[in-house]
Design a protein around this ligand. Structure first.
Ligand code: FES
Length: 119
């Protein structure tokens, strides 16, 4: 297997339902990191450790693993229903998600702008 084929095989496709955009994420990379590599402005870097809550998302379909998240931002019930922090989520299949909270404000607002928009 060539490196290019291997790289492609290890990437999962993550779809942001709010905007219809998608990005690729390797299983050893958390979603926020891969999302920020899309080059989109407005994605908060935050703590990257599950503590600040700025990267909250809702996973609608797919398989993933999580690391420890602050219960101040994600309750056990929320986590069980797919509401998680992107910086603590590692994909194990293609995923479909919605951005919520502060992340939604930034991503959805930026996506509705046209390239020639001045506002
Ligand atoms: S960046 Fe702080 S919780 Fe994800």
């Amino acid at each position: 297997m060539t490196d290019a084929v291997r790289d492609e095989a290890q990437n999962f496709v993550i779809t942001i339902e709010n905007t219809g955009e998608s990005f690729k994420c390797q299983p050893d990379r958390h979603l926020l990191s891969a999302m920020s590599r899309m080059g989109k402005k407005g994605i908060p870097s935050g703590c990257q450790g599950g503590g600040c809550g700025v990267c909250k998302i809702q996973i609608n379909s797919g398989v993933y693993d999580t690391k420890k998240m602050s219960r101040a931002h994600v309750s056990a019930d929320e986590e069980a229903s797919g509401s998680v922090l992107a910086c603590r989520v590692f994909p194990r299949s293609d995923l479909s998600l919605s951005v919520i909270g502060k992340l939604q404000k930034n991503i959805v607002k930026k996506s509705t702008k046209t390239p020639w928009s001045t506002s």
